[in-house]
Design a binder for this molecule. Structure first.
Ligand code: NDP
Length: 491
């Protein structure tokens, strides 16, 4: 408890305004010592394993299977059997029942999943609890609703499932990315082999227990764990009809090259370097909150993060001052503390990448600001960072940092804002802050980004399609558009 001082009027006032810690208990989570692969509704003993840790203190959590090519093939075969053995022919209304069940179980077990997500991935518990879990459940609810309405979604086009979907997901939103991939695939009558990221497999493995509880027929969803080699084996498997990948542009390009000419369907959701554009007529304090949410949410491990702040020159100084002041109030630390705003960096490797790009920013001449904050000794941490005096050519203005690092640039006219915003190989998202509705529409028409947020940032909804332009990938996830990659049309 903070010490209480006596104010002159006799009213007790706290002398220290720091938050008392409010750690979430980990008792609700039971982690096994060792996990295998979930194949055909059974646990297949893993022939090789590696250790998964918690980035908050580097403590080992469990031994995780490193799936070999043969293990991947057995998962693909199980998915093929389940596809042929009834799942693809099941009426949509029956498939929907399973999806509704999964959604409800995720809601019931939300706290358990949220704690595990924060433990294994490092994100603040208030985000896994209030964002990842509700959105993951909402995604299953949403696509459950479509399962028996595909004929109406695509009238006169005779939608049919594609077959076996191979799905590869990253470490920044482990369960949410699983939901984005599994829910539409199942709603459309496909079966699935999913590979979670090497550093964050635990919620996907716990999800297997949800599948058991929901009595999903064996083999409809199979989960194989491992590093990039496991992902590559899944991409190369002849038994897979469609690949859905979310991750780096580099790996996405390699997958696209590999699949060219094979006839397999492909969707890629890759990196981003979003512009968050602030005009001088905006509600400034609201914009500052949006900027903070845009880049420091999930430690900046967000493909659509607003990592380039474009500020109209006339408000540059007051905005940067307010932003720096706001940064001093961010609480960085234990992901399991309910007060934490910025948690742990996901891995030692990602921390190295952030450090390297931040050093490059300083060398190139940008001015760095980090609020005073004490970082824990163990684990992987990086203080929220703002760079001013950034030129468009600097690496920190061009490359995806995927960390809590913001680059501030300026513009004078709307045309210049559009030109600068589009001056990137990426095109995933953008933000516009202005009180003028007409300007929002004018900007949205010109920004080459899959999502444009107006007077908000990082808002997600299962009914809204999400995806990129240019090197941010192709295909959409979410909404009616998100069904299409999992369907073929016999026209
Ligand atoms: P990757 O693209 O390597 O990882 C994404 C997923 O693909 C993981 O499951 C990964 O496995 C798997 N994978 C890796 N190599 C292959 C391969 N050859 N074939 C098939 N699957 C493969 O991203 P990283 O985790 O290495 O992150 C690197 C950078 O990518 C980040 O710094 C960030 O800039 C960006 N990134 C972007 C994301 C986005 O949502 N747009 C998400 C994650 C990263 P494994 O986990 O074992 O590596």
């Amino acid at each position: 408890m903070a010490e209480l001082d006596k104010a002159p009027g006799g009213v007790a006032a706290p002398g220290d305004w720091t938050y008392a810690s409010a750690p979430e208990s980990t008792d609700i989570v039971r982690i096994a010592e060792r996990y295998g692969h979930f194949v055909g509704g059974e646990w297949l003993e893993a022939s090789e394993t590696y250790e998964t840790i918690s980035p908050r203190d580097e403590a080992p959590l469990a031994a995780i299977g490193q799936a070999t090519r043969a293990e991947v093939e057995s998962a693909v075969a199980a998915a093929r059997n389940a596809y042929a053995d009834g799942w693809s022919a099941l009426p949509g209304s029956e498939r929907a029942k399973y999806l509704f069940r999964i959604a409800r179980i995720l809601q019931e077990r939300a706290r358990e999943f949220a704690v595990l997500e924060s433990l294994n991935g490092g994100k603040p518990i208030k985000e896994s609890r209030d964002v990842d879990l509700p959105l993951a459940a909402a995604h299953f609810f949403y696509y459950a609703g479509w399962a028996d309405k595909l004929e109406y979604a695509f009238p006169n086009r005779k939608p049919r499932p594609v077959g076996v979907a191979g799905q590869i997901i990253p470490w920044n939103f482990p369960l949410l990315m699983l939901a984005w991939k599994v829910a539409p695939a199942l709603a459309c009558g496909n079966t699935v082999v999913l590979k979670p990221a090497e550093t964050t497999p635990l919620t996907a493995l716990l999800f297997c227990d949800v599948l058991r509880q929901a009595e999903l027929p064996p083999g409809v969803v199979n989960i194989v764990t491992g590093d990039g080699r496991t992902g590559a084996a899944l991409v190369e498997s002849d038994g897979v009809d469609k690949i859905a990948f979310t991750g780096s542009t580099e790996v996405g390009k390699a997958i696209q090259r590999q699949l060219a000419g094979t006839g397999k369907k492909l969707t890629l959701e890759l990196g981003g370097k979003a512009a968050n554009i602030v005009f001088d007529d905006c509600a400034l304090d609201q914009a500052v909150e949006g900027i903070v949410n845009g880049i420091y949410f999930n430690q900046g491990h967000v493909c659509c993060a607003g990592s380039r702040l474009l500020v109209q020159e006339s408000i540059y100084e007051p905005l940067v001052e307010k932003l720096k002041r706001r940064l001093t109030t961010l609480r960085v630390g234990d992901p399991l503390d309910k007060n934490t705003d910025v948690g742990a960096i996901n891995s030692a490797m990602q921390l190295e990448k952030i450090k390297e790009l931040v050093a490059a920013g300083e060398e190139e001449g940008a001015e760095i600001y980090q609020p005073p904050c004490v970082l824990p000794e163990k684990g992987y941490w990086f203080a929220p960072t703002v760079f001013t005096n950034v030129a468009q050519s600097y690496r920190i203005a061009q490359e995806e940092i995927f960390g809590p690092v913001l680059s501030v640039l300026t513009f004078r006219t709307p045309d210049e804002a559009v030109e600068k915003a589009n001056n990137t190989p990426y095109g995933l998202s953008a933000g516009v802050w202005t009180e003028k509705g007409s300007r929002i529409l004018w900007m949205a028409q010109r920004l080459r980004a899959g999502v444009v947020w107006a007077n908000t940032f990082n808002r997600f909804d299962p009914s809204s399609p999400f995806g990129g332009y240019k090197e941010s990938g192709f295909g959409r996830e979410g909404g009616r558009h998100g069904l299409e990659p999992y369907l073929r049309f016999d026209e």
